[in-house]
Design a protein around this ligand. Structure first.
Ligand code: PMP
Length: 456
């Protein structure tokens, strides 16, 4: 097929995720063809530095033969085994064991799904189940952060705190609530301590308003991802955990982006010794080589449900829960993080990446840079002193991403003038330099657009 016929077929038939269908039709698809390490090659032969690891998922980089072999070997031996009716497969069992060994606290039980949305959806369903079966059926309200992202299932999208996921979707659902995020750059709090105290007070106030006896859980990402890569001050996550414990509500940490070395340690919870009641992961679990997500549940909650379930099947499951090929992929990916040195590289290069990003602060368009490990956000402003958000009509991040593509670097454009970076964890210092260099050149080029230059 020619490039043009691919573009035509795509326009005619493929409904793309999270996009304006109208704008996509106008713009046409960009077809990617191959990848190696941190580089992608598109159908026209352009080699691009992927500063976003696909969709913050290809943590090990592209083209790992050992993962291909693990998947092929498992497909040859046994392409599918159900987890229903007490069946299972070796890779899924080994993976559950490995994950439980490495997860924080007593998160000893793992439910496998297909990605992040159904990991969150599983947590929501099982939290309801837990409170109903343990005799506290009133505990149903769930609280999350504005700008948080918890997937696009019909329940998870309500917890997501982004307007596009609610508009015309009748979301959030009743009993889903949001509080303000900890947003250092946009907060007038005098210190990190004050910012954390405000978050705690907001959660407390929301729980009081609803009545603690009616509140089931609080959901949070350790670093707000899709809402603009907002890094809370150190101590925020543990303060929220302590508040949940005190108020007797479950603490759910969504590590779909931050899990598997993205911020340095295997899980971002480890930065502060946080031990949630539920934890959700996906993306880096299989590094995008196969679809898989997982929900971890504490031993305490698992036992409370298991001990009451004699003779009663718990009606939650998917055909592909614990898919053996995805599990075999995940086992090899985990080996690459630990024995293959990728976690160590993420820690070493993550610090360097953070330093290099800070050098962008002298640029007239850059108001803020924030990062944790290899996860970063850059917030563009049209006045640095007034921290003025660029007019949405200027579509600064969109223009920047397009210019970036022409300069052979990929990063992610968000709303509110924010762009995000999440390169594969195998990125070297030289590749980091190249990423920053190409990004800076793209920023400079952005200023050659008249309306943008006039707005600054
Ligand atoms: N939670 C978080 C924190 C996420 O970032 C995402 C995806 N970006 C999800 C849940 C949903 O994951 P998926 O897209 O795999 O359904």
């Amino acid at each position: 097929m020619t490039v043009n016929s691919l573009i035509e077929s795509d326009r005619a038939h493929w409904i793309h995720p999270v996009s304006s269908w109208h704008d996509h039709e106008q713009r046409g698809v960009t077809v990617l063809r191959s990848g190696k390490g941190v580089y992608l090659t598109d159908i026209e032969g352009n080699e691009l530095l992927d500063g976003f690891a696909g969709l913050w998922c290809v943590n090990v980089g592209y083209g790992h033969d050992s993962i291909v072999e693990a998947a092929a070997e498992q497909m040859r031996r046994l392409a599918y085994a159900t987890g229903y009716f007490s069946f299972g497969s070796e890779p899924a069992i080994l993976l559950a064991q490995k994950l439980a060994d490495r997860a924080p606290g007593d998160l000893k039980h793992v439910y496998f799904g297909l990605g992040g949305s159904d990991a969150v959806d599983s947590a929501i369903r099982l939290i309801r189940y837990y409170y109903n079966i343990t005799g506290r059926p009133a505990k149903k309200h769930m609280i999350a952060l504005e700008r948080g992202y918890h997937g696009s299932s019909s329940t998870g999208a309500g917890l997501t705190g982004l307007p596009a996921f609610h508009l015309h979707f009748d979301a959030p659902a009743p009993m889903q609530h949001h509080i303000a995020p900890p947003y250092p750059y946009r907060s007038d709090a005098a210190s990190d301590v004050e910012l954390i105290a405000r978050s705690v007070a907001d959660l407390r106030a929301k729980v009081e308003e609803l009545g603690a006896e009616n509140v089931a859980a609080f959901f949070a990402e350790p670093v707000i991802g899709s809402g603009g890569v907002i890094v809370p001050p150190k101590g925020w996550l543990s303060a929220m955990q302590a508040t949940c414990r005190e108020l007797d509500i479950l603490f759910v940490v969504d590590e779909v982006i931050t899990g598997f070395g993205r911020t340095g340690p295997l899980f971002a919870c480890e930065h502060e010794g946080v031990t949630p009641d539920f934890m959700t992961v996906a993306k880096g679990l299989t590094a995008g080589y196969a679809p898989m997500g997982a929900m971890f549940m504490s031993d305490r909650i698992y036992r409370a449900i298991a001990d009451r379930s004699a003779g009663q099947p718990i009606g939650h499951g998917q055909t592909y829960s614990g898919h053996p090929v995805s599990a075999a992929v995940a086992l090899e990916v985990l080996r690459l993080y630990e024995e293959g040195g990728l976690l160590a590289n993420s820690q070493a290069v993550g610090a360097y990446f953070g330093e290099r990003l800070k050098t962008l602060l002298d640029h007239p368009l850059v108001g803020d840079v924030r990062s944790l490990g290899l996860l970063a956000g850059v917030e563009l402003v049209t006045s640095k002193t007034a921290k003025t958000r660029p007019d949405a009509a200027l579509n600064l991040p969109g223009h920047l991403a397009r210019i970036g593509y022409d300069n052979k670097v990929i990063f992610r454009a968000f709303g509110d003038g924010i762009v995000g970076f999440a390169p594969p964890l195998c990125i070297t210092r030289d590749e980091t330099d190249l990423l920053i260099e190409r990004f800076r050149a793209s920023l400079d080029e952005l200023l050659t657009i008249k309306e943008i230059r006039d707005a600054v």
